[in-house]
Write a protein that binds this ligand. Structure first.
Ligand code: DX5
Ligand code: ZN
Length: 231
C-alpha cells in the first residue's frame, strides 16, 4: 500500500471527479507532478447523494497510473457491502459517511481489517458528537464544507467553527482533519487556520490549466503565505 502523506504540513488532495475523464492518466499525472500529496476519489451512488460518479474500474485505472495514496470518499448507502472491494481496487484510505452507517463501529473495523486506513465524513448538519465514540477507530475525519453530491459548490462558512471544535477534540490523537467542498485559496486559509490538515479540492485544482500553480497557490494559502488568501 502507498504511504499516506509524505510531505510535512498541510496535504493537498485533488478530487479526480473534476478532471477530464477522457484524459484520466494525463490528468492524474498533472497533479502528481504538480505536488499533490494524495488523490480524492468521490464515489456517489445516486442514493445517498443525488448524483452518480464512478466505481471500481476507475479506481483500478487510477491505481495503475500513480503511486500517490488514494482516498475513496464513499457517498453511498450500505458502504459495508463494498469495503473490501474498494480496498482491493486500490484505495489506501476509505472514508464512509457517519449518516450512512448505523453500525459505524463495525464498518470502521471492517475498513481496518481490509488493510485500508479508516476515515469518517460528516455532512454540514451532522454534529461532531455523532463520531465521538468512534475516535479510537479513525485516522481521518472529513468535515464536509458543502452538502455532498456535486463539485463546484460554495463553501459553507459555518462549518469552519466545526473544524475548530473538532481540532480541539482530536488534539494529540494523530487524526487528520480533512475539509471537502468549495476549497480554493481563500477558503483553504480559513480552514487550515481552524485546524484542517488535508484539503480535498476539485474545481480549484482541475479548473486551471496549470495544476502545479493551482496546488502551490493552495499550499501557500494553507501556510498563510499568500496575502490574497486572507478572507
Ligand atoms: C462533494 C465531493 C467533493 C467535491 C469537491 O460531494 O465530496 O470532494 O468533488 O469539489 P469542489 O472542490 O469543486 O467543491
Ligand atoms: Zn469528496
Amino acid at each position: 500500500m502507498a504511504a499516506v502523506g509524505g510531505t510535512t504540513g498541510v496535504k493537498i488532495s485533488p478530487s479526480v471527479m473534476a478532471c477530464d475523464f477522457l484524459r484520466l492518466a494525463d490528468e492524474v499525472a498533472s497533479v502528481e507532478a504538480g505536488g499533490a500529496d494524495m488523490l480524492h476519489l468521490d464515489i456517489m451512488d445516486g442514493r445517498f447523494v443525488p448524483n452518480i460518479t464512478f466505481g471500481f474500474p476507475i479506481i483500478e485505472a487510477v491505481r495503475r497510473t500513480t503511486s500517490l495514496p488514494l482516498e475513496a470518499h464513499l457517498m453511498i448507502i450500505e458502504p459495508d457491502r463494498y469495503v473490501r472491494e474498494f480496498a482491493r481496487a486500490g484505495a489506501d484510505v476509505i472514508t464512509v459517511h457517519a449518516e450512512a452507517c448505523p453500525h459505524l463501529d463495525r464498518t470502521l473495523a471492517e475498513i481496518r481489517e481490509s488493510g485500508a486506513k479508516a476515515g469518517v465524513a460528516l455532512n454540514p448538519a451532522t454534529p461532531l458528537c455523532a463520531i465521538e465514540e468512534a475516535l479510537p477507530l479513525v485516522e481521518f475525519i472529513t468535515v464536509m464544507t458543502v452538502n455532498p453530491g456535486f463539485g463546484g459548490q460554495g463553501f459553507i462558512e459555518r462549518c469552519v467553527d466545526k473544524v475548530r471544535r473538532l481540532a480541539t477534540i482530536v488534539a494529540g490523537r494523530g487524526i487528520e482533519i480533512q475539509v471537502d467542498g468549495g476549497i480554493g485559496v481563500a477558503t483553504a486559509a480559513v480552514a487550515v487556520a481552524a485546524g484542517a490538515t488535508i484539503l480535498a479540492a476539485g474545481s480549484s485544482v482541475f479548473g486551471p490549466a496549470d495544476r502545479k500553480a493551482a496546488i502551490e497557490a493552495l499550499r501557500r494559502a494553507a501556510h498563510g503565505l499568500d496575502p490574497c488568501s486572507q478572507p
